[in-house]
Design a protein around this ligand. Structure first.
Ligand code: NHW
Length: 401
């Protein structure tokens, strides 16, 4: 009997579904040199299964029309009660309807990639998965992809192998559009992350964060010293700092294209996508530019999106208001100064916490601006694309919502 040598990456878990998919596998070995590019070649569209995959007999597929208020109420009810929780089940993501509409309808989106599963008898929505199209640079090569997100199965239907059917169905619909790669992130480890990132948190409302158990009072710290430690000025400091406007779209697109080209994985932003994703929408996405007061040139850009969490069992508070750092480009203003200003804006708008991943150049300001490392990790994945080497967080230029 010969045993496969165990490397750090060789987990003993057998992935019945993922073993069958065109993704990297642990048994591929981490030392073995990997090819770079598609794992499976595209099939002729006419060979793709025309009918949806079979669901267990009590369930049926539906398309969730995100423009329909009644359907969005159902999607919101499913996600707000059943979507991602932290390891201690204290907080659960509470994506708003407005946010979901924004996230799911970028230019060129496909309505039938917003997939629901209903109980046949009651018509209750019990599961959801979505894809949106995206153009992503992978080591300089432009790849058309689907970004897969919001995979959610009602708590009562877990561990019944429904997720693999949903993933196969979204894959089929993506293939029908002649797209063969996808990217997704998850808190769980699956075969095999291309990168593993860490969340960092900057307290804005430390008292509430401590009250609800999000953070703890540090040893030898009192509440009033903690509040003082995280205090922020009442106004931004950089001259010319202002909200992004429609007229800034060409300049912001140029800034982003220039900046993002240095990363191994990064979106290919057109003006249309920048206009859609980065123009401010209240309680969804905030974006700011620095306009040089004399030359009126836009030199820097920063943004965050709004993703509150439900506080599951708290007496005094029901929701944690969190800002998540999105895309930034600093060409003239030091990045740490730009980030200090965005923290000030979030504080002024009553956010409780500001979250950021250790991707792009974020590590250069996290400690300085009093972010602390969280216990959650976020793993990035590619579907049907193999990289010749793993990617460091600072080589990632892509943020998924
Ligand atoms: S990550 C958020 C995922 N959602 C949640 O965590 C919400 C709470 N949890 C649930 O609703 C962002 C359920 O636990 C879910 C699993 C639905 C997660 N990704 O049905 P079974 C995203 O949305 C595998 C991928 O019995 P369940 C990204 C698991 O490893 N696979 O489980 C989504 C196992 O397979 P294995 C995941 O607990 C990306 C199988 O599912 C997964 O009732 C999707 C078990 O299925 C996850 N997060 O339901 C992939 N969690 O092989 C897109 C578990 O290990 C791929 N599993 O036996 C690309 C597709 C497009 C390609 C186009 C070319």
């Amino acid at each position: 009997l010969t045993r496969r040598p165990r490397t750090a990456l060789t987990l003993d878990k057998w992935h019945m579904f993922w073993e069958t998919q065109p993704v990297r596998h642990y048994k591929d070995g981490e030392n073995q040199e990997q090819m770079e590019g598609a794992i499976d070649v595209p099939q002729p569209i006419s060979d793709i299964k025309q009918e949806p995959y079979n669901l267990p007999s009590n369930y049926e597929w539906c398309v969730c029309d995100v423009t329909n208020d009644r359907i969005m109420k159902e999607v919101y009810a499913l996600l707000s009660n059943n979507y991602v929780e932290d390891d201690d089940n204290m907080f659960r993501f509470d994506y708003s309807v407005q946010f979901l509409r924004w996230a799911l309808q970028p230019p060129g989106y496909f309505p039938d990639w917003h997939i629901g599963v209903r109980a046949k008898a009651s018509k209750k929505l019990v599961a959801f998965i979505t894809g949106i199209p995206a153009r992503v640079h992978v080591r300089g090569k432009l790849v058309f992809m689907a970004e897969i997100n919001f995979l959610c199965i009602h708590k009562k239907l877990r561990a019944k192998r429904l997720a693999p059917v949903m993933i196969k169905e979204v894959t089929r619909r993506v293939h029908l559009e002649n797209i063969w790669q996808a990217t997704y992130t998850a808190g769980v480890v699956l075969p095999v992350p291309i990168a593993t990132c860490q969340y960092w948190h900057r307290s804005l409302n430390p008292k509430k964060l401590i009250d609800v158990g999000f953070s703890r009072l540090a040893p030898r710290m009192t509440m009033s010293r903690t509040v003082k430690l995280y205090h922020l000025p009442k106004e931004t400091l950089t001259p010319g700092f202002r909200a992004m406007e429609k007229q800034d779209v060409p300049a912001v697109t140029q800034l982003l294209q220039g900046y993002l080209s240095q990363f191994v994985i990064a979106p290919d932003f057109s003006e249309a996508v920048v206009e859609y994703l980065l123009l401010p929408i209240k309680n969804v996405v905030n974006s700011y530019v620095i306009e040089n007061p004399e030359s009126h040139i836009i030199t820097d850009f920063c943004s965050f999106y709004t993703l509150p969490s439900t506080i599951i069992d708290s007496m005094n508070h029901t929701q944690l208001k969190a800002a998540y750092l999105y895309y930034n480009v600093a060409t003239v203003t030091p990045l740490v100064q730009l980030m200090n200003d965005i923290l000030i804006m979030a504080k002024l708008s009553n956010y409780d916490v500001f979250n950021a991943l250790d991707i792009m150049h974020n590590e250069s300001f996290l400690k300085n601006l009093k972010f602390g490392p969280g216990d959650g990790h976020l793993h990035y994945y590619l579907y049907n694309y193999s990289l010749s080497a793993p990617v460091k967080p600072l080589e990632l230029g892509l943020v998924l919502l």
